[in-house]
Design a protein around this ligand. Sequence first.
Ligand SMILES: Cc1cc2nc3c(=O)[nH]c(=O)nc-3n(C[C@H](O)[C@H](O)[C@H](O)COP(=O)(O)OP(=O)(O)OC[C@H]3O[C@@H](n4cnc5c(N)ncnc54)[C@H](O)[C@@H]3O)c2cc1C
Length: 335
Amino acid sequence: MVRDHGFHPVRIKRIVQETADTRTYVLDAPFPYRAGQFLTVRACGALRSYSMSSSPDTDRELMTTVKRVPGGLVSNWMHDHLSPGDLIETTSPAGVFCLREGTTPLVALCGGSGVTPILSLVKSALATTERRVRVLAANRDADSVIFGDTLTELAKRHPGRFDIRHHLDDRQGLVTAAEVREFVAGDLGADFYLCGPAPFMALTENTLLGQGVEAGQIVAERFMVPDPAVGEPGVDAEAVPETGGGTVTVVLAGKRRTVDQHPRESLLESARRGGLMPPFSCEMGNCGTCIARLTEGEAKMRVNNALDDDEVTDGWVLTCQGEPVTAHVTVEYES
Ligand SMILES: Cc1cc2nc3c(=O)[nH]c(=O)nc-3n(C[C@H](O)[C@H](O)[C@H](O)COP(=O)(O)OP(=O)(O)OC[C@H]3O[C@@H](n4cnc5c(N)ncnc54)[C@H](O)[C@@H]3O)c2cc1C
């Protein structure tokens, strides 16, 4: 698979106010994409990823939904400065938070703006498969529920196949492990899709694993850097072998820098140490903004939630997660 790494000017066709702090941007973007994928927007000198709330199987237009983050740079800029007709710069769609093959039910657990890629997945699963789909959507209160009407409408159109349960913190307190256990009890063989704030992700993932769900049944999309106090299930720092000396060469925008390898240093960090400023966004192996191609040697990624197997075979690497496993490694960023 060939990836398009550039930024494209994309016109905003319409803006839909979903809740007081959430808007959907309907984009005039001719990109092919898969349900659950995201675009990375370049704005205010920063890069931020936003998932599609539309489905390529049921929606003619591509839509992405953005919730204001208090104090956040790009989400607030998008809400305060963008109007229909404006151009934004985005990458083409990327990401691996996508439907897997199979016939088992799909169970999604989402919180707040995490419903965005879940809605995309639900629409595609209902339209293109016979699978049963269930969603637990957690929000602070009724006014914060994003896509409430759309989800209710889907449940009406697919009786017996699609169930949506809303959890409202102001009435029930935060989601608990007991509630997650009860919700998933009859479906422990399902594929599970998780997307929400870091503590929500940790709670749901740990509860599922505690119920005997295999890690391979769980697909998680992490929007924000996790709280270190909460930990990040699934990341195995020991899986990355030590390197003994050697070099990392980075090629970016016509510049070539070679630095010594430092143990546990990512390729992105090596590039920065070499005085280069490659693109990056989440630094968690999720968004794919930092990808580059390995043209010499090998690297192992600590976490890879963005590249599919073909892309890895083609030599693409998430530089924020890649650590060299050979003495000499060269990575080249596309300009
Ligand atoms: C794969 C992926 C998909 C995503 N999809 C969506 C989506 O569909 N919808 C959506 O709304 N979001 C989505 N996100 C999240 C989104 O990319 C942004 O992280 C989010 O909008 C916040 O960006 P921001 O620039 O507004 O906030 P930032 O400026 O990044 O700030 C984030 C938080 O950090 C705090 N902060 C910032 N600087 C400092 C500092 N110096 N010290 C202390 N605190 C600080 C801010 O107050 C704020 O609370 C996704 C993320 C990923 C990785």
